[in-house]
Ligand binder design. Sequence first.
Ligand code: ADP
Length: 276
Amino acid sequence: MLREILKEKERIVIKIGSSSLTHKETGDINYQKLEQLVRVLSDLKSRGKEIVLVSSGAQAVGRQELRMKAMPNEMPKKQALAAIGQAKLMMAYQKLFSEYGQVCAQVLLTKHTMVKEESRVNAMNTFHELLNMGVIPIVNENDTVATHEIEFGDNDHLSAFVLAMIDAELLIILSDIDGFYTDDPSSNPDAELIEYVEEINDEHFIMGKDTSSSSVGTGGMNAKIDAGRIATQYGAEMVLVNGRDVNVLYDVVDGKNVGTYFKANKRENFSLAEYL
Ligand code: ADP
């Protein structure tokens, strides 16, 4: 069994995309979903796993707070919505996690944090301390200060960088699709699900389009494959699954055959700086 190894993984980064956290019809945040996610994560934590959550959804919550119908295109407006929504989203997470006896913490990062060694080490120390304290860090890009030049741009890349920074063993990406296909299933009905990727290569980048089928997704599949390249070359395993039902997280850590499993391919002399 290829996936037996996943059972042993203890330090796990879980990334959830906006499309898995919002209602398709309105783009508003799906609080039932949020609650289910928190319940499963608390449970995994109780099983002895160390969990770091990378969560999108701040802009969606901000837009909902202001009762704006559509997402604005202007960057400052989006950043303002993220500022409103991030605080509100964390309030929801803290309330829900405390119901399950867990403490969570907010960590906002920019690409600068990673590029500059001093701040990268500081952030790393904070993560280690939080995990030692038994806290669940909830990470997002610091949208209010990130300009185009210094942004990760999508939380897929951010989650892979976080994984390498904290020496995690497994990256789980929850998306709005069952896994990685031979082509984008939204435009190619003949696309087939790939259950196992031994090593990410150029062909996978051609299969994974950068289009996003939802209005709220940012990275598209290409960003996920690139995040997978970073995570697997760092030496971690990655599983891409559908976040429609967050109970799928149990299946992933139990080594069951769900979504697409990207095998770790540790690169000697891995240096995070090369991927920034
Ligand atoms: P999320 O919001 O979960 O991060 P995205 O919308 O960014 O999700 O990316 C997922 C989407 O990527 C899918 O819904 C699908 O339409 C698209 N996609 C492009 N190429 C592929 C592929 N090869 N396999 C699966 N999905 C693909």
